[in-house]
Structures are given as C-alpha cells and as structure tokens.
Ligand binder design. Sequence first.
Ligand SMILES: [Zn+2]
Length: 146
Amino acid sequence: MDNSADNTRTRPATAAAFARLARSKFRARFHLAAEDLRYIAEKGLDAIRRHAADFIRTRLAPAQPSNDGRQTPMRGHPVFKAQHATATCCRGCLEKWWKVPRGTDIPPARQARIVDFLMAWINREIKKNEKKETPDETKVQPAPAH
Ligand SMILES: [Zn+2]
C-alpha cells in the first residue's frame, strides 16, 4: 500500500518527535485553548502557516535572534503555544532538542520543516478537540423509535 500522497498521515519522523516531546512534562502541558481554536477557524490554516513561517523567519532563524530565550510569549497566538509544545521556541531549545546549531542562520529548508512540524502539532490539537466533541454529539442523537 502506498500512502506517500496521504498528507493527513503523520510522518514516522514526526511521530517519533511527538513521542519524545510527550516524555517532557513541561512540553506536554501545552494545549490549544478554545480561543486558539476559534482564532484558527476564523483565520484558516493557510494564514496560521504564514504566521508560523513569519515567526520562525524573523524570531528564530537569524544567527543572533534578538531576545533569544524570551522571544516566544506563552500565549497570544496559537503558534506560540505550538512552539513551546514542540521545543521550537528559542535557539537554545532548537539546539538541545533538534540539534539545530546556534550562532548560524537557519536555512530556509530547515525553517520549512520546523513550520511543518508546528502545523502537525496544531492539526493534532484540532483533531483531539474534535474527538472530545464527538461523544456529546452522538449522545444528543435521539434513539431510533421501534
Ligand atoms: Zn526555548
């Protein structure tokens, strides 16, 4: 079976990265809140991806990012939460977790992979939230009359 064209499937490398993050209590406690999910629904995932690409390019990618270690707020945008959850919040975390060397510009191809990873995390949060909602929806379905 060839699933190469199936973009909804989590890539094995991404799955392994998520498994590693799940072992960190600090990383695992980040989740999208209702206001984040609303914001994403309003803007659309393409816009969220553009925001993520902008944040990575301007706040993380330069060899010497300004305010490094404190450039990613804890809230205020769903991508910020995604960055803390995925340890892509500062150059220290990028180096410690993902071996992205500090002191050099992050090349565009690597930036794109970071953005893909952030979007994979965001999509997973959206799916988790949908699952949470499903049982309630089925509960309110009236039982078929016999
Ligand atoms: Zn960090």
